[in-house]
Write a protein that binds this ligand. Structure first.
Ligand code: ATP
Ligand code: MG
Length: 223
């Protein structure tokens, strides 16, 4: 039925809080979270034909070619039985067009976080490499500056978290994603959600989803 076929996508720059907002959405609503990166990593891990084919692109940070990507994700989408939230797809104009002809979306959620906020956030991020524990000087500081809470070992900064590298990744994201944003804006389904933190953005996203999604699809109704 049309009602339970709510179809959506989430867009957001690296470190914009896309992961946080996505997980809040799927906790609240019964949606399939279709993340292209996660789906590809699973194929690679299981050494499937697709996995073997795409690993040469993903391992060097290159886009997987459109024809492979479109076939793969459209298949995932067509297998979904209920409503879904896409994440990481579409990323190019032709992916947008292929998606739209088969599965027009109801909503594109665009997270808009000022670049200086993202750079600041990432700049203050320190990791304990052996364990993967992550600290943030602003809101999750280690007990002793520069040291891991558990082992006392030194914290380091990821190479790609350095401000000049982050700046470049953000510019790259904006350049590549602009055609996707334009596409959904032209279709009239793009909603911008602005804010400096996920806690600031989340209530606006929630309010919008409640307007769009039939009440019977909220998780609470089904528990
Ligand atoms: P994020 O910062 O959100 O984790 P990412 O750049 O690491 O983004 P993922 O979404 O995790 O990207 O995807 C990992 C890799 O999978 C990409 O670098 C790319 O090679 C491939 N990929 C994922 N989605 C697409 C897509 N829509 N089109 C082409 N390649 C894709
Ligand atoms: Mg990633």
């Amino acid at each position: 039925m049309a009602m339970n076929m709510f179809r959506s996508v989430i867009l957001g720059a690296p470190a914009s809080g896309k992961g946080t907002i996505s997980s809040r959405i799927v906790n609240k609503f019964q949606l399939d979270h279709i993340s292209s990166g996660d789906k590809l990593r699973l194929q690679i891990k299981n050494k499937t034909a697709i996995g073997n084919e795409v690993s040469k692109y993903t391992s060097t940070g290159k886009f997987v070619p459109d024809d492979i990507m479109i076939k793969f994700i459209m298949n995932e989408i067509n297998n979904a039985r209920g409503p879904w939230l896409l994440d990481g797809f579409p990323r190019t104009r032709s992916q947008c067009e292929a998606l739209w002809t088969q599965q027009p979306l109801d909503l594109a959620i665009n997270l808009v976080v000022p670049f200086e906020v993202i750079i600041d956030r990432v700049k203050n991020r320190w990791v304990h490499l052996p364990s993967g524990r992550v600290y943030n000087i602003d809101f999750n500081a280690p007990k002793v500056a520069g040291k891991d809470d558990v082992t006392g070992e030194a914290l380091t900064q990821r190479e790609d978290d350095k401000p000049e590298v982050v700046q470049r990744r953000l510019e790259d994201y904006q350049m590549k994603t602009q055609p996707v944003i334009d596409f959904f804006r032209e279709k009239g389904i793009l909603e911008d959600f602005e804010g400096r933190t996920s806690d600031e953005i989340w209530p606006k996203v929630l309010e919008c989803l409640i307007r769009h999604i039939p009440i019977q699809l909220t998780s609470q109704q089904n528990v």
